[in-house]
Design a protein around this ligand. Structure first.
Ligand code: S3P
Length: 430
């Protein structure tokens, strides 16, 4: 499916975004191994989070969606720490790195063998990063060429470890913690750079014995989680596309409601404000240990800047849309320390560069980043998503600022994280 996106002078209105993808995965997985039902409000509508539910169903965890006050609520019927059943077939994580990597931590301590795979993109993504901590805890995992899905996970008795993450990755941290939850003794995960801490917060919410310190988590194994009602905040990484669109369209005034504002996810807002963005946070509250609030965004003269060091890891999912902003900002954007972009759903350094070049933007790529001169103009073009949801959405926003209508090829992939993206964009773009 292709989408035509026409230039827009403004983004106006009050909108919401889907439930946070990262938090949705965690609530579903933890709900599955908790005792009793969890009612999950605002669960992500994205295909990735449906892949998590499908994998859990393959492990015998039933779920249903019910209507409550006009909203769809997900109920996970948790079966406790020993309740998963051996799957009859290979599990399919679809496009979702979070599903395969985090679920592997749970699967590694089951008394059965599980095979899990994914789509054409996922089978090219590195899994050694989770195999290393899991095998040192006692797990046995076989992978294609020693490092790619499909994975064959032979469940074992695990022992806790003290593990320092070699790459900043919340998925690897979470995988290790989920394994540690069912391991003997204590598991400690140390991270040189802070990554999103939703797993730690959710574990605490559901009753795990966990201590959360700066760049260090301690978790006691053998605990039993209890199911509960959980509200998923809106996804700031989905909101990012509309935030940037509103900043660069000449006459915008946009409110995005109920956005997750966990400090490990809001570096994007700090970076944008540092470049000159007018973004206000309104009505902030804490729900299930996560901050939620409304964002008000107005058109701003954006200067551009440099994203490097620990900040890069904090905005790794937002680099595609920051790159779009960089090209039209006054001074441009330099991104460093972003080698992880090369192993996302696509090699995003290359897919960002290819899309920008098609739109007439000059830039340089480096091994771990991008250098995009500022004050450039987008030329109307046909851009391929390359099967990457964030590439489809980032270039749809670039199209709003182009000199004519653009075609985004294979745009349906936006539904991996944001099925309502194009409908919402049409509502707010004028
Ligand atoms: C995620 C962590 C990040 C991020 C991904 C979601 C998570 O991946 O890019 O979209 O939910 O923990 P890495 O852990 O590979 O950095």
């Amino acid at each position: 499916m292709h989408e035509q996106v026409s230039p827009a002078a403004a983004l106006h209105g009050v909108v919401s975004v889907p439930g946070d993808k990262s938090i949705s995965h965690r609530y579903a997985m933890l709900g599955a191994i908790a005792q009793g039902d969890s009612r999950i409000y605002n669960y992500s509508s994205g295909a990735d989070c449906q892949s998590t539910l499908a994998c859990l169903a393959g492990l015998g965890i039933l779920h249903e969606f019910v209507e409550q006050d006009g909203r769809s609520v997900l109920i996970i019927h948790g079966k406790g720490s020993n309740g998963l059943q051996p799957p009859a077939a290979m599990l399919d994580a679809g496009n979702s790195g979070s599903t395969i990597r985090m679920l592997s931590g749970i699967l590694a301590r089951q008394p059965f063998t599980t095979r899990i795979t994914g789509d054409d993109s996922l089978v090219k993504r590195p899994m050694r990063r989770i195999m290393t901590p899991l095998t040192s805890m006692g797990a046995q995992i076989e992978a294609s060429n020693g490092q790619f899905p499909p994975l064959m996970i032979h469940g074992s008795h695990l022992r806790g470890i003290d593990y320092t993450l070699p790459v900043p990755s919340a998925q690897v941290k979470s995988c290790t913690l989920l394994a540690g939850l069912g391991a003997a003794g204590e598991t400690i995960v140390r991270e040189p750079v802070t990554t999103r801490d939703h797993t730690e917060i959710a574990l605490r919410e559901l009753g795990a014995d966990i201590a959360i310190e700066p760049r260090l988590v301690r978790l006691k194994g053998g605990g039993q989680l209890a199911g509960k009602d959980l509200i998923v905040p809106g996804d700031i990484s989905a909101a990012a596309f509309f935030i940037v669109a509103a900043l660069i369209a000449p006459e915008s005034d946009l409110i995005i409601t109920n956005v997750g504002l966990n400090p490990t996810r809001t570096a994007l807002l700090d970076i944008l404000r540092g470049m000159g963005a007018a973004i206000k946070l309104l009505h902030i509250e804490q729900i299930n240990g996560e901050l939620i609030g409304n964002l008000e965004i107005k058109t701003s003269a954006m200067r551009g800047g440099v994203v490097e060091g620990p900040a890069t890891a904090s905005v790794i999912d937002e680099i595609p849309i920051l790159a779009v902003l960089g090209a039209v900002s006054k001074e441009g954007l330099i991104v460093r320390n972003a080698a992880e972009l090369r192993v996302k759903e696509t090699d995003r350094i290359e897919t960002i560069a290819a899309g920008l070049r098609r739109m007439g933007i000059r830039l340089e790529t480096t091994q771990d980043g991008l250098e995009i001169p500022g004050s450039q103009k987008f030329r109307a073009a046909e851009i391929d998503s390359c099967g990457d949801h964030r590439i489809a959405m980032a270039f749809s926003i670039a199209a709003l600022a182009a000199d004519g209508p653009c075609t985004i090829r294979n745009a349906e992939v936006a539904s991996v994280s944001f099925p309502e993206f194009y409908r919402t964009l049409r509502e707010i773009a004028r």
